[in-house]
Design a protein around this ligand. Structure first.
Ligand code: NAD
Length: 493
């Protein structure tokens, strides 16, 4: 077992207290990957000091030069893709084909951010006065605190960290305590790419470490991905401290399947959406809302395919569905399965922990489908974050939309239909940040805005051009070359 460290000011360091936590393979509790520092206020302060000092140099570097470094980082992520994918699978469970996809998002984001360093456009506008020029520029913000979840250990942090660096900010990142080793490889990659000392720092720990970053006066912005409960707490503190905060939080995503849909295609999409990453995606398909005319056939075919899914350790090539992340989440998901049964949902398949030699040492739960789920049931409303799909019957298109929107979250959504009018109507009517037509609720691309409404977000979008709105502030510049005093709103009207 190895003792891993924090990455502060370009050095690998222990926590001041020497306290640590363990990182355990969710597919096999006998496999302890290593210990990581449980960092306290003093460790956080050192990282922030390093990031503050480095900010002066990094923010002054021409943006395209920063882009050159990010491009190299993309190349190194690519070179280390197979090795990193296996590390990620070992520590968080999803199959290697998925962790490779996770890294590909970072590669895409690195190249995209690198390119955008030549396109951090501002606006110019005519002045209302003669011989005066109005310009605007995107300015970096300073030290950004990044706090992330474990289900996309590389992709999600990359959506924040790489664009933030492109803009000239420096970073103190607290990765999830459930995927810390991937974070250390992230640091190795940025270091090799040429990111200077202090620009990027990794501080390990639990919630208190994240909280110490939020509280520190020299951290100007918090970029958070995690649960809505934690996100709201962070937002409250950032409100009190007047810090910019961008939140990517929970989801309870619905797919609508209409009676004119290609049912086999829809089932393929629902299987991938519900049980990919063992249902542990913020965009996972958690609710299928199926038109009454195709309800029975959909359930029958879906059940057959769900039973056939191969559960196992993500490091095995044949595995389609891995374990859930940790014992706490395992118990929570099994608890929700019991709630579903108690509240009268019809268990169609799964509904228990998995049995067998392959899975006895890990956090394995059978892919589970509940039918006849009504909108007053907790499994319809609450984020479970596991391999549990609720299927509900809709009498009509408008009933389906009503059910889809009866939800406190608003991240992703989907509709399967061959009626172009319904598809366009759904784009307008579904309350979510993302809507897919004839595709599952998962499948975001790095160059498009990503995020949600309602309980999922606070109005920001990562990904695409919109992420640069998070990590920059506007500077407006007026240049008066008239040689006289010109008073806006007074002298010219
Ligand atoms: P979590 O909220 O428990 O933890 C997220 C991060 O916050 C971790 O690094 C954790 O250590 C830290 N943290 C915990 N308490 C804190 C506090 N008081 N102050 C500061 N930091 C604190 O979430 P999780 O269980 O790791 O992740 C699962 C959740 O993440 C799900 O709700 C899922 O939907 C959400 N998620 C959202 C997106 C998105 O883009 N919308 C993406 C991935 C995951």
């Amino acid at each position: 077992m190895s003792n891993f460290k924090n990455y502060v000011n370009g050095e690998w360091t222990e926590s001041a207290s020497g306290e640590t936590f363990e990182n355990v393979n969710p597919a096999d509790s006998r496999d302890i990957i290593g210990t990581f520092p449980k960092s306290g206020n003093a460790d956080v302060a050192k990282a922030i000091e390093a990031a503050s000092t480095a900010y002066k140099v990094w923010s002054a570097m021409p943006a395209p030069k920063r882009g050159d470094i990010l491009r190299v980082a993309g190349d190194i992520f690519n070179r280390r893709k197979d090795e990193l994918a296996r590390v990620m699978t070992r520590e968080m469970g999803k199959p290697v084909f998925e962790t490779k996809g996770d890294i590909q998002e970072a590669i895409d984001t690195a190249y995209y951010s690198a390119t955008e360093t030549r396109r951090l456009f501002g606006y110019t506008a005519p002045s209302e006065m003669p011989n005066k020029m109005n310009l605007s520029f995107r300015m970096p913000i300073g030290v950004c605190g990044i706090i992330t979840a474990w289900n996309f250990p590389i992709a999600v942090p990359s959506w924040k960290i790489l664009p933030a660096l492109a803009c000239g900010n420096t970073i103190v990142w607290k990765p999830s305590e459930d995927s810390p080793m991937s974070a250390n490889i992230f640091a190795e990659i940025l270091e090799e790419a040429g990111v200077p000392k202090g620009v990027f720092n990794v501080i390990h720990g639990l919630g208190e470490t994240g909280s110490a970053i939020v509280e520190h006066p020299d951290v100007k912005l918090i970029g958070f991905t995690g649960s809505t409960v934690t996100g709201k707490k962070i937002a409250e503190r950032c409100g009190a401290l007047n810090k910019k905060v961008s939140l990517e939080m929970g989801g309870k995503n619905a797919v609508i399947i209409m009676n004119d849909a290609d049912i086999d295609l829809a089932i393929e999409g629902v299987l991938w959406g519900a049980f990919g990453t063992t249902g542990q995606r913020c965009t996972a398909t958690s609710r299928a809302i199926v038109h009454k005319d195709v309800y029975d056939i959909f359930l029958q075919k879906l059940t057959e395919k769900t039973i056939a899914l191969k559960l196992g350790a993500g490091l095995e090539d044949s595995t389609q569905v891995g374990p859930v992340i940790n014992k706490k989440q395992y118990e929570k998901i099994l608890g929700y399965i019991e709630i579903g049964k108690e509240q009268g949902a019809r268990l169609v398949t799964g509904g228990a922990k998995a049995e067998g030699a392959d899975v006895e040492h890990g956090n394995f739960i059978q892919p589970t489908v509940f039918a006849d789920v009504t909108n007053d049931m907790r499994i319809f409303k609450e984020e479970i974050f596991g391999p549990v799909l609720s299927v509900s019957k809709a009498n009509s298109y408008s009933h389906a939309i009503e059910l889809a929107n009866d939800c406190e979250y608003g991240l992703s959504s989907s509709i399967y239909t061959s009626d172009v009018n319904l598809a366009f109507s759904a784009i307008r009517s579904i309350e979510a940040g993302i809507t897919y037509i004839n595709a599952p609720t998962i499948g975001a691309e790095a160059h498009m805005p990503f995020g949600g409404i309602k309980g999922t977000g606070n109005g920001h979008r990562e990904g695409g051009w919109t992420v640069f709105d998070i990590f920059t502030e506007w500077k407006t510049v007026y240049i008066d070359y008239s040689g006289g005093l010109q008073r806006a709103q007074i002298d010219n009207y």
